[in-house]
Ligand binder design. Structure first.
Ligand code: ATP
Length: 347
């Protein structure tokens, strides 16, 4: 087990602009930290630098109190789990699990014991003599996890391990990874571009944007108090409505928000359908409905304000709302988010 520390880590690929622009992070012993952000923001680069698969242009990374900047991946006592499983096709599951340990001259009895334990934990005991091609995607993913577990490393690094699986299996495996990580208590860094996966897995989340940290916090902290408009729209689905105050098209009670923000944000789930013309909430707006989307237990209503700004809100169940309807929606002061023109949160 180990704490991982990043101190002002930077990366410039040769001939490219700076990709990681000074990232500092303390990852606690046993913590599951998720790096999330849009494509190209530098998640994989950061993870690969922790793994030692990519050099660091400047700054310092330490694992378990040991500076690892110049150590080979094999010397860092970490195990990586990738999306493409990286299993050897000609070897059985047992041989795949044993491979990394044999290379490290682990005694045969220890290898057998660790494989037995990992196979039981992952419920893959009955597949040990099979080849990877005789397994389903989910089973292969478990074997990939098994290869990491038998090493008993001080940290796991996950690089989008579930992105090759179908939606249902992805949810199952994500629950399993969380359970395993808890049970083993191994410090883990997990990269994904899927905000839902990030929210459900993470002890803490790091939102990266353009090689910089936008915000670090627990999923609930990021959801309730996004530090920037970027985080506000990245976390949550459908994403938060952001209204340009200078454009208007909505009513705000004078005491609803302190100061003079440039942007007001409201989550779709915090907007309530009101009696037409109501104005007793901190925020109210008249909406012309453009489209209604039924998604299982609730519907998303998409529309526009008088200013032309887009708005989306959620209603439970199958809705009678139809395209062309004129409605009034509102929100309480506690559910409003305010941002400066720079995108930074106010208050
Ligand atoms: N070997 C390389 N040489 C030059 N530029 C690179 C190299 N690898 C990555 N980059 C660039 O660095 C940036 C970050 O890439 P990275 O793969 O870390 O992003 P990411 O957030 O993991 O994206 P994705 O979610 O699409 O995998 C991108 O602009 C990418 O083009």
């Amino acid at each position: 087990m180990a704490q991982i520390t990043l101190n002002n880590v930077r990366k410039t690929y040769s001939g490219a602009l700076e990709t990681i622009k000074g990232v500092s992070l303390d990852i606690a012993d046993g913590e599951l930290l998720v790096l999330v952000g849009p494509s190209g923001c530098g998640k994989s680069t950061l993870l690969r630098m922790i793994a030692g698969l990519e050099s660091i242009s400047s700054g310092e990374i330490s694992i378990g109190g040991r500076v690892v900047n110049t150590l080979e991946p094999s010397e860092r006592d970490i195990a990586m789990v990738f999306q493409n499983y990286a299993l050897y096709p000609h070897m059985t599951v047992r041989q795949n699990l044993a491979y990394g340990l044999k290379n490290r001259n682990t005694p045969a009895a220890v290898i057998d014991e660790r494989i037995k334990k990992a196979a039981a934990t992952l419920e893959i005991e009955q597949y040990l003599e099979r080849k990877p091609r005789q397994l389903s995607g989910g089973q292969r993913q478990r074997v990939a996890m098994g290869r990491a577990i038998v090493r008993e490393p001080s940290a796991f690094l996950f690089d989008e391990p579930l992105s090759n699986l179908d939606a249902k299996l992805r949810v199952q495996m994500r629950v399993e990874i969380k359970r395993l990580q808890r049970a083993l208590g191994t410090t883990s860094v997990y990269v994904t571009h899927d905000q839902m996966e990030a929210m459900t897995l993470a002890d803490r989340l790091v939102v990266l944007n353009g090689g910089k940290i936008e915000q670090v916090g627990t999923p609930i902290e990021l959801y309730e108090r996004p530090a920037t408009t970027f985080v506000a729209t990245f976390i949550g689905s459908p994403s938060m409505n952001l209204f340009d105050v200078s454009r208007g098209g909505f009513q705000l009670k004078p005491d609803a928000i302190a100061g003079a923000p440039a942007t007001v944000g409201v989550r779709p789930e915090d907007l309530k359908l009101l009696e037409p013309g109501s104005n007793d909430r901190a925020f109210t707006a008249n909406v012309t409905v453009g489209a209604v989307e039924l998604v299982g237990a609730e519907s998303y209503v998409y529309g526009s304000l008088a200013s032309g700004a887009d708005i989306v809100f959620r209603v439970s169940g199958r809705s009678r709302i139809a395209t062309g309807d004129n409605l009034t929606v509102g929100a309480d002061a506690a559910d409003l988010h305010a941002f400066e023109a720079s995108g930074a949160r106010v208050g």
